[in-house]
Design a protein around this ligand. Structure first.
Ligand code: F55
Length: 807
């Protein structure tokens, strides 16, 4: 293990640092400081210790003259940073003691930080975990994204229905970032393309500036720190003086208005195609700024652009930054005189693309006329790219088709590697969405199964389990997670199992306190905490979970003394504001909770809770307290899932389908420690061709038929009995995601879970085996795979070569 480059510090010195910031940076004295002041002072005191490793990493990177990774993502769902930084610097205990010595409650100060929600869900959180691992592994890297003024909307419920309000994380100063006013680039839109003296010239219609804000991302033990560079849009000229002097005050502020809109808000849609002009502008805005920035860095080091692929690895997080291909080609041709073929091959040598979905409605396509209006020069370049592709292959796959620009095809054709995010998903990418392009470019599609950072998702969010693991196998696991295997030797030890149970109970108690404080809700801490937290989507089948809950309620009512295993069904997640069915599902869960939680007959056995505004910080409390992880998507639809990994790591067995990374999790933990149910991906495809498969499934299941009838007849919506007609009819008549077909299998498996949970020592052994056997799902392993197979980037931390988990 290489040693930390961070100096250790005493509690009293660190307290003095905090007080100095309180006085000098906040202008407050300790007697009048608010929670906010303490939080800011603590953050600044921690930040001081990030700067040296950050400079040192930058210096080493320049010296090595090697390759850098550029991770382009519309989303970085980073959450709170205080704990993250403290833990990575090894300052967590010191920070807590320092705050205590200053008379402050560390946990309260930490919780005062707004949750930076610059992402929708898995894709954005993956980018944040990757940044953590890139730094932990010492791979020189920049994350590039947008500094949204408003992150993902905040959710609350009114009579059970989802309402959205604007998120305002930047209303307070964001202490972790450094503004870089000297780093800014013009970004052009619209206008036209003309030929002048044999040269193609793009005469842009409007221009905004992209300005950089840098956040250092420090890795485990402060050995390395990379940069997350987020772009904010600013006007080129703060004010159009000419219009102003003419008296046209609205026109005078037009450049300002456009600029401010571009980085104003994160689009809250996580699947359906958005198709909005502003979204296309956002995509081009941050992609162009990032490409200009990395080229400036390369050229300033004296690089020859023909060698760009030896120095630059650009990873596209989904198709959102797919315009990077045409943008790079444009700059190479128009500004540096490259020939088309050379420009395309140079760009392709730099680019790789990660696919995160097979859902057809989620594959980005832009109306061609809109695209031409916003990016006329890029449209022409895409024609050139398409022509080169058609000439080089026997393919009839086009990028421009039926009046649309297909971003998946563009990203694929412009990338040297395309990867899926789990073994099953990567196979399906080859067999379905990109089967033709896979035939044109064999070997281009590879797999990199997702992972999660164990620093946030075990070490920091689960102190009781962290301490038990340290005590049992030592402290080397946070950056070498396969060491958790060592726990397997202890699962036969009743004393260890007892301690594992004590840790789980402590986490459950923490959740109970938190929920009681926040929402006034009381939970039975001895009940099974059965948790499904993720975006609400039909394919994720929260509706099936709810139908099973209602069926269970019916059964308990009929036979209250049958020795039921008490359960709390916990739901969390947001619906895209325009996704009507997802919002109906939320409403139904809340309506069912109102009726079921009030039933005196079942009260001791069944409770439904749905805390508002699920986010990263809530996940950090819920996951360690979970007994059962719900991963119940229609097989073939969830590309990977990453929540599934977080639960298993924190000792929650899964009830799940053979979908995404569930398949690999089950392989690791063993079939006996995973509750499998449902159709396989192949059976799903087959079943869809059976006429009226949903109606048949309902007819074959009296239990399901009864539940659907209750919902449809208004048992849960007495004030509006017709409220769920549409939802139920949709299930009977379409049920594209096969809720009806998997229902019985799911219900029966839940009853097996009931029995298994009743034997607590045996359940806890299963939970411990989950923790012991999922070390492979560290994002360090994932990033090592990208570095080895795609980027060809070594670690610049000297001692890293000997580590087991590094490829
Ligand atoms: C966000 C915006 C748009 Cl326009 C489209 C999709 C998204 C988004 O958030 N997608 C997303 O989260 N996809 C998920 O990616 C995870 C990481 O790879 C996977 O684990 C998960 O299966 C997938 O649904």
């Amino acid at each position: 293990m290489s040693k930390s480059s961070v100096p250790t510090i005493s509690v009293s010195d660190f307290s003095a640092d905090i007080l100095r910031h309180l006085k000098q940076s906040l202008g407050k004295d300790a007697r009048h400081a608010s929670l906010y002041d303490w939080r800011m002072s603590l953050s600044l005191a921690l930040r001081d210790h990030v700067v040296d490793p950050w400079f040192e990493s930058t210096r080493k990177t320049y010296e090595a003259r090697g390759k850098r990774v550029y991770y382009l993502s519309m989303e970085f769902l980073i959450g709170r940073l205080i704990e993250d930084v403290a833990v990575n610097l090894g300052f967590d205990a010191i920070a807590a003691q320092a705050m205590q010595s200053l008379g402050q409650d560390y946990a309260e100060v930490v919780a005062n930080e707004p949750d930076a929600a610059l992402g929708n869900g898995g894709l954005g959180r993956l980018a944040a975990c990757f940044m953590d691992s890139l730094s932990t592994l010492g791979i020189p890297a920049y994350g590039y994204g947008i500094r949204y003024e408003h992150g993902l909307f905040e959710q609350h419920f009114e009579d059970g229905a989802q309402m959205e309000t604007a998120e305002t994380w930047l209303a307070q100063r964001h202490v972790w970032e450094f503004e870089r006013p000297e780093v800014s680039y013009p970004i052009h839109f619209g206008g036209d393309v003309v030929e002048e003296m044999g040269k193609t010239i793009w005469r842009a219609g409007e221009t905004v500036m992209a300005s950089a804000y840098d956040t250092p991302v420090v890795g485990w033990q402060g050995r390395w720190a990379n940069t997350l560079r987020l772009w904010a849009a600013t006007p080129t000229t703060a004010f159009d003086l000419e219009s102003f002097n003419r008296g046209d005050y609205m026109a005078a502020s037009a450049p300002e208005a456009l600029a401010r809109t571009i980085s104003r808000v994160l689009y809250p849609d996580d699947t359906t195609d958005i198709g909005k002009e502003l979204r296309l502008k956002q995509e081009y805005f941050f992609t162009s700024a990032s490409i200009q920035d990395l080229l400036r860095r390369f050229l300033s080091e004296g690089g020859d652009l023909r060698a760009l692929p030896d120095h630059v690895a650009i990873q596209l997080n989904d198709t959102h930054p797919a315009i990077a291909g045409p943008e790079l080609v444009r700059i190479l041709m128009d500004d540096h005189g490259f020939e088309v073929a050379q420009a395309i091959s140079t760009a392709r040598g730099c680019l790789a693309y990660t696919n995160h979905t097979l859902l057809p409605e989620a594959l980005e396509r832009w109306p061609e006329d809109l695209f031409i209006r916003v990016l006329p020069r890029h449209h022409r370049i895409i024609q050139l790219i398409e022509a080169a592709h058609l000439a080089a292959t026997t393919s009839d796959i086009r990028i421009l088709e039926h009046g649309e620009v297909k971003m998946g095809e563009l990203a694929f054709i412009m990338a040297h590697h395309v990867n899926g995010v789990s073994a099953l998903h990567s196979d399906l990418v080859k067999e379905t969405v990109f089967s033709d392009l896979h035939a044109d470019y064999p070997g281009r599609i590879i797999n990199q199964t997702n992972g999660i950072t164990p620093r946030r998702w075990l070490y920091s969010c689960n102190p009781p389990l962290r301490n038990l693991i340290n005590e049992t196998i030592g402290t080397g696991w946070p950056d070498d997670l396969q060491q958790l295997d060592g726990l397997s030797d202890h699962v036969g030890d009743a004393g260890f199992i007892e301690k594992f149970q004590v840790a789980k109970d402590a986490n459950k108690a923490r959740l109970c306190d938190w929920l009681h404080k926040r929402d006034g809700v009381s939970l039975d801490p001895h009940a099974m905490f059965d948790v499904q937290i993720k975006r609400i989507h039909e394919y994720k089948r929260q509706l099936m979970n709810l139908l099973e809950t209602v069926a269970l309620w019916n059964e308990i009512r009929e036979n209250p003394n049958a020795g039921w295993t008490p359960r709390v069904k916990i739901f969390g997640g947001k619906a895209a504001p325009g996704y009507v069915v997802a919002k109906e599902i939320i409403h139904l869960i809340n309506d069912a909770a109102t009726i079921i939680n009030a039933d005196p007959v079942t009260r001791d056995y069944l409770q439904i809770v749905y805390p508002e505004n699920y986010n990263v910080s809530m996940a950090e409390i819920l996951i360690p307290a979970t007994d059962l992880s719900e991963q119940i998507s229609t097989a073939g639809k969830e590309a990977s899932g990453t929540g599934n990994m977080k639960f298993a790591l924190n000792g929650a067995p899964t009830i799940g389908t053979l979908d995404g990374a569930n398949v690999e999790i089950r392989d690791c933990v063993g079939a006996d420690n995973f509750f499998l149910f449902g159709l396989t991906a192949a059976q799903v495809t087959e079943r869809r061709s059976v006429p009226e498969y949903a109606r048949r499934a309902v007819e074959a299941s009296p239990r399901l038929a009864r539940v659907l009838k209750q919902i449809e007849s208004g048992v849960f919506s007495p004030s509006d009995k017709a409220r769920y007609h549409g939802l139920v009819q949709g299930l009977m008549n379409h049920d594209y995601f096969l809720v009806t077909c998997d229902f019985d299998s799911y219900f029966d498996t839940q009853r097996i879970v009931d029995k298994a949970f009743a034997d607590q020592p045996s359940w806890t052994r299963m939970a411990a085996l989950n923790t012991a056997r999922v070390g492979w799902f560290s994002s360090d392993r994932t990033i090592s795979g990208y570095a080895r197979d795609i980027w060809k980037t070594p670690s610049l931390i000297a001692s890293m070569g000997s580590r087991k988990d590094v490829a």
